[in-house]
Ligand binder design. Structure first.
Ligand code: URA
Length: 433
């Protein structure tokens, strides 16, 4: 088989065979196929697309290029949750304990953040002592005992994707639906869950800006999952503004804990219950969405969901007193208001700019080497649709610097106040199964 013929075949719009796709993925991972041929093929895929069968084969080949995590020692159906990335997205900290409280086993492997969206592990490490590195045995033992563990990604999962993604990043071939879907799903499938709930974000702060693109990506991913024997459901949720009111690390943990204590931060609670309900049905703990939803809501009211968060923190060596008394979580030195300069209604909040403003404060990393400051962050005072008066605070910056000018400027850039009344955006746009 020659790589040249595979490139030409895809360039001309034909469907590749399993053998051809596997030849490419194996050869590229080993270094037998050079970057220039791999980039020619990805560009051909960018223009010609892939059939659902080709995409599933590509994904499986990327899974097979490295280690896979064997979760079979965990009792019950394991359900994973993945978000395509958003600002203020602390849903994992709510959904994990919430579904664990009704008996769904969650073996969550997460990463760190880079750029304008924060990482799950960075946020969790706001809790003093909390250990996210553990042996595989301990990880499995914790899930069996407490139904929930969160650990840093270990092992060499989907190395073909790692190499291919780095190549796509510099050759203009990131924005190809089958390649994005295959990339995300290869890492999820290698992590070993039986079923997957995808939170596909849509809007200005999302990877996919339009609903149509987000739905197409969701469909591709659901097809791959179902084709490869994992029940997969995608929730398309809005990212035209940050989720909830808090963006940062410790403050996001605080907000998540408050939701588990019953606080009604509307969008955050609604999305968390939505995702949790699908997870509980896929785990076969409940037979219907409505039944799952009611049980999950009840566990927020009766304290079991919050208790599951306490248990997670305790089991991983974290300081539980920080969860019992949320004021003990790290805090920044200064609270600085960024004020509206005119009366009106908030019509836009560019989530990406808010994420960047938080990063400038030290809540995120601009480069891999940067240290996270867990206490800094942003509290939104106003969200889309809210009325605002000139001089009222739009946000509060929690900063260790008395005048964080670049963050102030970025927040001002993020907010648009218009004179006309604005509707609140729809939160959940679609469910794709
Ligand atoms: N995220 C991924 O993991 N892969 C892509 O291709 C795009 C976004």
């Amino acid at each position: 088989m020659r790589m040249y013929d595979i490139i030409v075949k895809k360039r001309d719009g034909a469907e590749l065979t399993k053998e051809e796709i596997e030849f490419f993925v194996e050869g590229y991972t080993k270094g037998d196929i050079p970057d220039y041929q791999a980039s020619a093929l990805t560009m051909a895929i960018y223009f010609q697309g892939m059939t659902p069968e080709e995409t599933a084969i590509l994904t499986q080949a990327m899974v097979d290029s490295g280690e896979t995590i064997d979760l079979s020692a965990i009792h019950g159906k394991k359900v994973d949750k993945h978000s395509t990335g958003g600002v203020g997205d602390k849903v994992t900290f709510i959904v994990g304990p919430l579904v664990a409280s009704v008996g769904v086993p969650v073996a969550k492997m997460s990463g760190r953040g880079l750029g304008h969206t924060g990482g799950t592990l960075d946020k969790l490490e706001s809790i003093k002592g909390l250990e996210i590195e553990m042996t595989k045995e301990k990880f499995i033992e914790n899930v069996n005992k407490h139904k929930l563990a969160v650990a840093g990604q270990t092992g060499n999962l989907a190395p073909a994707d790692k190499k291919l993604y780095a190549l796509r990043d510099v050759t203009g071939t990131v924005d190809s639906l089958p390649l994005i879907a295959g990339s995300i799903m290869s890492k999820k499938l290698a992590s070993g869950a039986d079923s997957i709930v995808l939170d596909v974000k849509t809007g200005s702060g999302a990877f996919m800006k339009t609903l149509e693109d987000s739905e197409n990506l969701a469909r591709e991913m659901v097809n791959i999952g179902n084709n490869l024997g994992r029940n997969t459901v995608a929730v398309i949720s809005d990212m035209n503004q940050p989720l909830g009111y808090e963006v940062g690390n410790a403050n996001e943990i605080r907000e998540a804990a408050e939701i588990l204590q019953g606080k009604n931060v509307e969008d955050l609670r609604q999305l968390s219950l939505e995702i949790s309900s699908h997870m509980a049905v896929l785990a076969e703990v409940f037979t219907s969405y409505d039944e799952a939803y009611a049980a999950l809501e009840a566990n927020i009211e009766n304290g079991k969901a919050f208790n599951a968060l306490r248990t997670l923190v305790e089991a991983q060596g974290g300081d539980v007193s920080m969860i019992d008394d949320l004021d003990k979580l790290p805090k920044a030195k200064y609270d600085i208001e960024v004020k509206a300069d005119k009366d009106g209604f908030v019509s836009e909040i560019d989530a990406e700019s808010i994420g960047i403003a938080a990063m400038y404060l030290g809540a995120g990393r601009a480069t891999k080497e940067d240290e996270i400051n867990h206490g800094v962050g942003i509290t939104l005072n106003k969200k889309i649709g809210d009325e605002v008066k000139a001089g009222e605070a739009l946000v509060i910056l929690h900063s260790d610097d008395e005048t964080p000018q670049s963050s102030i400027d970025k927040v001002k850039e993020a907010y648009t106040v218009s004179s006309e009344k604005v509707e609140k955006p729809t939160l959940i746009h679609n469910i794709i199964k």
